[in-house]
Design a protein around this ligand. Structure first.
Ligand code: HEM
Length: 163
């Protein structure tokens, strides 16, 4: 099958497309800081959205995987204005998020507009995410307001393009 052409409304998100892999650090006041490995995929089929899948594993000091950690999947969509971005994500922990934000060159800033939780999910209130290209790598940071704590860092990582 030929590779579909990226939908013109996704031009501001084109830099995300591909397979990414790299390392990050997870922390929060309630948990022990750890390092993680992550695989991320942004793909498209010619329609005006990117499909997104992320998997991660906690790793030990030698970089060996200890166990699976955060996973999320969803869709990145163009918004009303040319630079606008809408993101919908679902997590296996009973959390669903809708983000809105803006792409400026190769940097995207997102703020959660809706955070919905199942009855058994942890008490998360809000998120902010910042994604950007750094020397060809995809770097990001995620701030989280949860368990009564104000918005503060939970994740940061730098991923290399692998496909
Ligand atoms: C690369 C992605 C992520 C990694 C590696 C990660 C890792 C962790 C780890 C290791 C913990 C400690 C508890 C545990 O072992 O499960 C944790 C807690 C938590 N994470 Fe994440 N996480 C990730 C993404 C996310 C995302 C996207 C959200 C929000 C939807 C989230 C929300 C939480 C919450 C609410 C807690 C509970 C804190 C507590 O109970 O004290 N995490 N995370």
């Amino acid at each position: 099958m030929t590779t579909p052409t990226l939908h013109p409304s996704l031009e501001h998100l084109a830099f995300l497309v591909g397979e990414w892999q790299g390392l990050g650090v997870v922390g929060y006041p309630t948990i022990t800081e750890s390092r993680y490995e992550q695989e991320v995929s942004f793909s498209h089929d010619g329609r005006p959205f990117l499909a997104y899948i992320s998997k991660s594993w906690l790793i030990d000091d030698d970089g060996a995987r200890i166990r699976p950690a955060g996973a999320e999947t969803g869709f990145w969509r163009p918004g009303k204005q040319p630079r606008d971005v809408e993101v919908m994500l679902a997590h296996p922990t009973g959390i669903v998020e809708i983000y809105v934000g803006e792409a400026v060159f190769t940097q995207i800033e997102l703020a959660s507009e809706v955070v919905a939780r199942t009855e058994t999910a942890k008490d998360v209130k809000a998120f902010k995410r910042l994604y950007g290209l750094v020397e060809g790598d995809l770097a990001y940071a995620v701030d989280m307001a949860a368990l009564g704590h104000a918005l503060q860092p939970h994740l940061s990582a730098r991923l290399q393009k692998v496909g």
